[in-house]
Ligand binder design. Structure first.
Ligand SMILES: [Zn+2]
Ligand SMILES: [Zn+2]
Length: 175
């Protein structure tokens, strides 16, 4: 199993397999699903594929709207059920502050809490490995607090949006 090691010193961003090879990401997601004794159904495959193609957080209703052949919509429960399954397996994360969903950069990683740096301008979200879950679990255990989920999401403006004028976005004003 691939570890969630940071991609470089001082940089805890996770390099996305889907940005290098969408096909490999789909294949790994399928094998993780099968290894868990679950079926890789068409709604699960297609929902994951749409998220891999997007490479950024996508709202559920946008997945519903572009699900079918020729980007025809499907019934919402098809996508919502697939999302719940994919999240349960750790293949997809919910970006809580954006109410959107993103494919995990490491589809073969064990289930984990995901933290994000989210750009308010272009919408990209880089998954981080902050290792915050374990210390919080220790505190929760001491306090007999039942820890359900940990949400750490940082919002701001990414370097390309700040420094690449060709994007034509005057977004760094007042910062
Ligand atoms: Zn992840
Ligand atoms: Zn950006």
């Amino acid at each position: 199993m691939t570890s969630l090691a940071p991609s470089g010193p001082g940089d805890t961003r996770l390099e996305a397999l889907w940005s290098k090879s969408p096909q490999a990401a789909l294949a790994r997601a399928e094998s993780r699903c099968l290894a868990a004794g679950e079926r890789w159904t068409e709604p699960r495959r297609r929902t994951f594929e749409l998220l891999v193609e997007a490479g950024r957080p996508v709202k559920a209703y946008d997945l519903v709207a572009s699900y079918g052949p020729g980007r025809r919509p499907t019934k919402p429960p098809t996508v919502y059920r697939a999302l719940a399954f994919l999240i349960g397996l750790g293949l997809v994360h919910k970006v809580e502050t954006g109410n959107a969903f993103i494919a995990c950069p490491r589809p073969d990683a064990a289930r984990h809490a995901a933290n994000f740096l989210i750009c308010e301008v272009c919408g990209r979200a880089d998954e981080l490995d902050l290792g915050m879950r374990e210390p919080l679990e220790a505190i929760a255990q001491r306090l007999a607090f039942r820890l359900d989920r940990v949400v750490i999401e940082a919002r701001g403006v990414c370097a390309p949006c700040r420094f690449e004028p060709r994007r034509g976005l005057d977004n760094d004003q007042g910062r």
